[in-house]
Design a protein around this ligand. Structure first.
Ligand code: IVH
Length: 589
């Protein structure tokens, strides 16, 4: 399941439309506009009309199975009416209506139970209940906005027709969906949604624009995890005013030192905020934030709170300026900020307990090794007690080590050890991402895993070999070489293996058509029996691949038809696999 690129301004929306027009060589494109629901994404899989599986988005490839809980949501049909495709995956958002949310919190209060911060948190919490009977008591609803796998294809050519089709098979869709033309049409729809927002029964945090024609969507394709044919235009995040009580400096896993403002607690869009990031030294200076200032804060992208501006007109006389420290507040090592870089870094490396803690938190996080229960607090305890210094140490922990820690009972120790044990079978791409190598995010980690197939191969790769990987340029390659040049890091990798970490090979990407060829480059040559060149290109791009004009060491496959040109010879010379149109279609299916 993919994500969406965000826009916050008129210019960004105009640029989106212009890019689409240029790519498709036409003007006044047709778009479908619908609300950006503020809930939790799920995928509903129907086979022969029966709901067989419901899963959360998770990391986009692997989510949580929430089938039993979803079965309790009355607006989701367990059986689709009429004769339906053999397989259809319906994607949408689970949410709670505003009025139901108020009633739910009232009930929670009456029962002496914790209230929810907002409808989205309530929806997420309700869906993740271990006991479906509790989910059944919660007023969850569903709104559909797209499809995943469909077999055989459904006879619709546009997104708006797809939404209409959903309505005919009793799948809930928003009543407020529109089709518009061009950037002006998009912006007009945005204003309409902005005006009706308060009156809508559910919360939305923006509007989603999608090119209406599926054929046009396919032509535009995807970049990384987001489609080029869609855009989320977000409403301005709610702001609130509070006072800066202090400015701390937090050290991240790569040593980056971030100024963080400690704030008087304030509710921003239903969530209490007590900290806000100031990003870096320049940003702190630019905004001229001082201790004692009154500031306007918002949750950027609705997650990390940030200071929008200082209310200079109400600056108290006794405010105190703060500047970047020269030494790390955690380990005392020198802090450096290389010329031309925005980020200052602690040079302590693994001796810095903050870097160690943050590396471990990252290692265990949901998108990395997904070690349930190993969050900030426990990592802090493990590092302070000195029982864990590197991620590899986790795999040598004994129950006794945990029992000696405060607030650790036998049950919690067993749970944590079990979670660590099951992470041993994580995927290679998660493990590479978990190592926290600079400039290696999830997508790069996945490309590296697919290309090298083992940590050993990756660890011993040369610069040239690294550069062969799709989307790996000199910066990423350099980061990798630097990381694996350090004995301490090689040691961690060796000890991970010694501790029993045996990552599985990447599962073939069958969940999302967009990612099947992700990171793979194709070259087309000759005439194909059934597809035109443009169709073959769009098919590959639709599945996340790239088509280029010339064969190089980075080419994954050359697809050859009748009368192939010199590209075929080049493919043979470079030992690049050559496949037929039939084989291409087999790969897709
Ligand atoms: S389409 C191909 N449409 O936004 C693009 N997403 O930022 C896939 N979301 O995880 C998403 N309302 O859960 C789409 N009308 C809408 C949406 C929507 C909310 C969520 C979705 C996704 C996130 C991406």
């Amino acid at each position: 399941m993919l994500s969406l690129n965000n826009a916050f301004s008129v210019q960004e929306v105009e640029a989106f439309d212009q890019r689409a027009c240029e790519a498709l060589k036409c003007s006044h494109l047709e778009y479908s506009v619908e609300p950006k629901f503020d809930g939790l994404a799920i995928n509903l899989r129907y086979e022969d009309g029966h709901l067989v599986q419901a899963a959360t988005r998770g990391d986009g490839s692997t989510g949580e199975d929430v089938t039993q809980n979803v079965r309790t949501i009355s607006s989701i049909p367990l059986l689709l009416p009429g004769l339906q495709p053999k397989i259809v995956e319906i994607r949408g958002e689970v949410l709670i209506y505003k009025k139901d949310f108020l009633a739910l919190n009232q009930r929670q209060r009456a029962r002496g139970q914790k209230e929810f911060a907002n409808p989205r948190n309530a929806a997420a919490g309700s869906l993740r209940q271990l006991d479906p009977r509790i989910t059944a008591e919660r007023p969850l609803r569903f709104m559909a906005y797209g499809v995943g796998d469909v077999l055989p294809p459904i006879p619709v050519a546009t997104h708006s027709e797809l939404l209409d089709w959903f309505a005919t098979i009793r799948i809930p869709v928003s009543q407020n969906r529109m089709t518009v033309h061009g950037a002006n049409g998009l912006l007009g729809a945005f204003s309409q949604f902005d005006q009706m927002r308060a009156a809508l029964p559910y919360e939305i945090d923006g509007v989603v624009y999608k090119l209406n024609q599926f054929s046009a969507q396919q032509q535009l394709g995807y970049v990384s995890r987001a489609p080029r044919f869609a855009l989320a235009h977000k409403f301005q995040a709610p702001e609130a005013t509070t006072q800066v009580l202090g400015i701390d400096f937090q050290v991240g896993r790569t040593g980056a030192v971030t100024p963080v403002a400690r704030l008087g607690p304030v509710s921003v869009g239903g969530v209490t905020v007590t900290n806000a990031t100031l990003h870096n030294e320049e940003e702190m200076k630019r905004k001229d934030v001082r201790i004692g200032d009154f500031v306007s804060v918002r949750r950027a992208g609705d997650v990390i709170p940030e200071i929008v501006r200082v209310l200079h007109e109400s600056r108290p006389a006794d405010v105190v300026s703060v500047s970047m420290p020269k030494h790390c507040p955690e380990c005392g090592s020198v802090i450096v900020r290389p010329a031309g870089e925005a980020v200052a870094r602690c040079t302590g490396g693994p001796i810095c307990p903050a870097q160690r803690r943050q590396s471990l938190v990252h290692f265990a996080s949901r998108r990395a090794m997904n070690i349930d229960g190993l969050g900030d607090r426990i990592v802090d305890q493990l590092v302070t007690a000195g029982v864990v210094k590197t991620p590899a140490d986790l795999y040598f922990l004994q129950e006794q080590d945990l029992l000696s820690l405060e607030r650790f009972g036998k049950k919690s120790a067993e749970n944590l050890l079990r979670a660590i044990e099951s992470s041993k079978k994580s995927t290679l791409s998660r493990l590479i991402f978990a190592l926290g190598i600079r400039n290696v995010g999830e997508t790069t980690a996945r490309d590296l895993a697919r290309h090298f197939g083992s940590l050993d191969q990756l660890m011993n790769a040369t610069l040239d070999q690294l550069l062969e990987v799709h989307d790996v340029g000199p910066v990423v390659a350099e980061s990798l070489l630097e990381y694996f040049a350090k004995d301490s890091n090689r040691n961690i990798v060796e000890r991970l293996t010694a501790g029993g970490v045996e990552p599985t090979h990447e599962a073939p990407q069958v969940d999302s058509p967009a990612s099947r060829f992700s990171g793979q480059t194709f070259v087309l040559t000759g005439t194909f029996p059934t597809l035109t060149r443009a169709e073959a290109k769009s098919l590959i791009e639709q599945h996340g691949g790239t088509v280029t004009g010339s064969v190089s060491a980075k080419t994954k496959y050359v697809v050859a038809g009748e009368d192939p040109g010199s590209k075929l010879e080049k493919a043979h010379a470079l030992n690049i696999p050559v496949i037929s149109e039939k084989q291409l279609l087999e790969l897709v299916n």
